[in-house]
Design a protein around this ligand. Structure first.
Ligand SMILES: [Zn+2]
Length: 258
């Protein structure tokens, strides 16, 4: 990481098995190696992700959940949770928001990593929906006590995360050096055997190497994963919400003044 934020617990919330490995697998491995407990929450089990019409959705879901657990174990993830919604059919519902709030309150992450649900370019509908619902779950539903009263009855108290990290975003402002973790990310991607369509370790390495120069220019690292960080820490009344970079700049200024 580029600053002193060291989360103790992280929750990665995605639409499908393999989303996390593609978008933030190196970052997950890095966090886990730093002692952070990382959990995955998946809205679907990817039960339409095949060209093989002989498979039933249930069979495919079972295969993909197994692959997801293997990939997560390679990266050091503690546990994967599956909500079991049908692939391609996610909607922005109160029910989905409530389930996400439930896991945030139960696992008490300092940081949540998810899709940017507001990007303007093409994105899979499920990615967009997950990104938007997570945003609403994080703020304010997870930490304001009158939201989802059924969760209080289960003994799950409100929880406020510190930061939301968005991947698949058009406006990244945080780049994580994944050079030391690239091989583990590739191992984790290869664990999604049903999705690899014959791609080998060398193919995946070539993909990353082909982009290394451009990525280095853009991020300062040859191999990087990029996010937009949103600060969710409490702010003084009347102050505008801001990105983490701006918030930490003003904290530094405040430190200089005192
Ligand atoms: Zn996906």
């Amino acid at each position: 990481m580029t600053d002193d934020f060291r989360p103790e617990r992280a929750l990665v919330i995605v639409a499908h098995p393999d989303d996390a490995e593609f978008l933030c697998g190196g970052t997950v491995a890095r966090l886990a190696d730093q002692g952070c407990e990382v959990f995955y929450l998946l809205a679907t089990s990817g039960d339409k992700g095949t060209k093989d019409a002989s498979l039933t959705p249930q069979e495919l879901a079972a295969i993909r959940e197994r692959e997801q657990r293997s990939a997560a174990a390679i990266l050091g993830v503690r546990q994967c949770f599956f909500l079991g919604y049908p692939d391609g059919e996610l909607e922005e519902t109160l029910e989905l928001r409530g389930q996400i709030v439930r896991y945030i309150r139960q696992l008490q992450p300092n940081v949540v990593l998810t899709w940017d649900g507001f990007r303007t370019g093409f994105n899979h509908r499920d990615h967009r929906v997950v990104g938007r619902v997570v945003r609403d779950a994080v703020y304010p539903a997870a930490h304001d006590p009158l939201y989802h009263p059924e969760l209080r009855e289960l003994g799950l108290d409100p929880h406020r995360i510190d930061e939301l990290w968005l991947f698949g975003t058009e406006e990244p402002d945080h780049h994580v050096d994944i050079g030391p973790y690239l091989e583990r990310k590739i191992d984790a991607l290869l664990a999604h055997e049903s999705q690899m369509r014959g791609r080998t370790r060398d193919d995946l390495r070539k993909l990353w190497n082909a982009r290394a120069k451009e990525v280095k220019q853009r991020t300062g690292f040859r191999f990087a994963e990029s996010f937009r960080r949103i600060d969710n820490r409490p702010r003084p009344p009347g102050s505008a919400p801001g990105a983490v970079a701006a918030a930490s700049r003003s904290r530094r200024r405040a430190a200089v003044r005192t």
